[in-house]
Design a protein around this ligand. Structure first.
Ligand SMILES: NC(=O)C1=CN([C@@H]2O[C@H](COP(=O)(O)OP(=O)(O)OC[C@H]3O[C@@H](n4cnc5c(N)ncnc54)[C@H](OP(=O)(O)O)[C@@H]3O)[C@@H](O)[C@H]2O)C=CC1
Ligand SMILES: O=C(O)[C@@H]1CCC=N1
Length: 275
């Protein structure tokens, strides 16, 4: 029988991963998702063909892999409701919650669990996700492979040995699709100011990002060299890049990424106090 995967929570991130999994060949009937809202469940069930239920404990009882995908603020209550099933079935737990540390979640689940913390991102929906993973010391090599296979089905997987680095992963990839979406908004607005139709400006900006990302991923050159290759001396790009450097884009990006990681640490401190 296929590995049974249960998602507790069927929101943005869970549906992005589930959508990516079903598109990459995972059998829909091996996936179950739970949520309190039956309309939301009916929608995701109809869209993705997966099993759905509002009964968290029952869904956990039959899981080989249990993905915790609720908001961090709800995690304590949800885990405590799952503890009995988890203690009996002993699935591999994968938490995708920002901030919350493995020991806290394991404690809420009654302790002694093999637990992987994963920080994914929403491009998982189109098979272009990027996830950072950390395993606690109860996770076997076979379970590590299971977690790798699961998340590799929806994109890039990078393991970290130090759990605190997941806050950096959150800042550099988990939250980062939003940084690029902000950039697309800004580029579209600027293109419109120059007279382009909005949809043309949007398509050009998005395709350029896709092209630049694909090129940077495949090239033997680093991003600084690729950037230099676009900049003809005295030309247009040089002027644009100088403007961005003068506006201190690097500093703004560094501030944003440090603030994001700091917020993840803050959330962990706030929420683990409830242990
Ligand atoms: N969004 C993102 O880009 C990323 C999110 N994450 C993490 O993923 C987790 C989920 O975030 P996101 O998907 O954005 O949040 P959403 O609010 O979109 O999804 C949360 C889901 O949990 C459901 N839910 C609420 N209460 C319960 C309950 N008691 N039992 C079962 N399900 C419940 C919600 O249902 P309802 O809508 O009815 O309340 C909803 O389906 C968070 O911990 C976040 O830190 C990690 C990486 C990226
Ligand atoms: O904004 C958040 O808290 C979540 C975690 C990473 C992306 N979204």
């Amino acid at each position: 029988m296929d590995t049974q995967i249960t998602f507790i929570g069927a929101g943005n991130m869970a549906s992005a991963i589930i959508g990516g999994l079903t598109q990459s060949g995972t059998a829909a009937d091996s996936i179950t998702a739970t949520a309190p809202d039956r309309d939301q469940l009916a929608d995701i069930g109809a869209r993705l063909g997966i099993r759905t239920t509002a009964d968290n404990a029952a869904a956990a009882a039959t899981a080989d892999v249990l993905v915790l995908a609720v908001k961090p603020q709800l995690m304590r209550e949800v885990c405590q409701g799952l503890a009995e099933s988890v203690q009996q079935a002993r699935p591999l737990i994968i938490s995708i919650a920002a901030g919350l540390d493995a020991t806290t979640i394991d404690g809420w689940l009654g302790g002694g669990n093999a637990l992987v913390r994963c920080m994914p991102n929403t491009p998982s929906l189109v098979g272009q996700g990027a996830s950072g993973l950390y395993a606690n010391d109860r996770v076997s090599n076979a379970q590590r492979d299971t977690a790798t296979r699961l998340m590799q089905a929806v994109g890039l997987v990078e393991w970290v040995d130090d759990e605190s680095l997941l806050d950096a992963v959150t800042a550099v990839s988990g939250s980062a699709p939003a940084y690029f979406f902000l950039m697309f908004e800004a580029m579209e607005d600027a293109g419109v100011r120059l007279g382009l139709p909005a949809d043309t400006a949007r398509r050009l900006a998005i395709q350029t990002a896709l092209g630049a990302a694909t090129m940077a991923g495949q090239s033997e050159h680093d991003p600084a060299t690729l950037k230099q290759n676009v900049m003809s001396p005295g030309g247009t790009t040089e002027r644009a890049i100088a403007t961005l450097e003068d506006a201190n884009l690097r500093r703004a990006m560094d501030d944003a990424i440090q603030a994001c990681a700091e917020r993840a640490r803050q959330m962990a401190a706030e929420l683990s106090g409830e242990r």
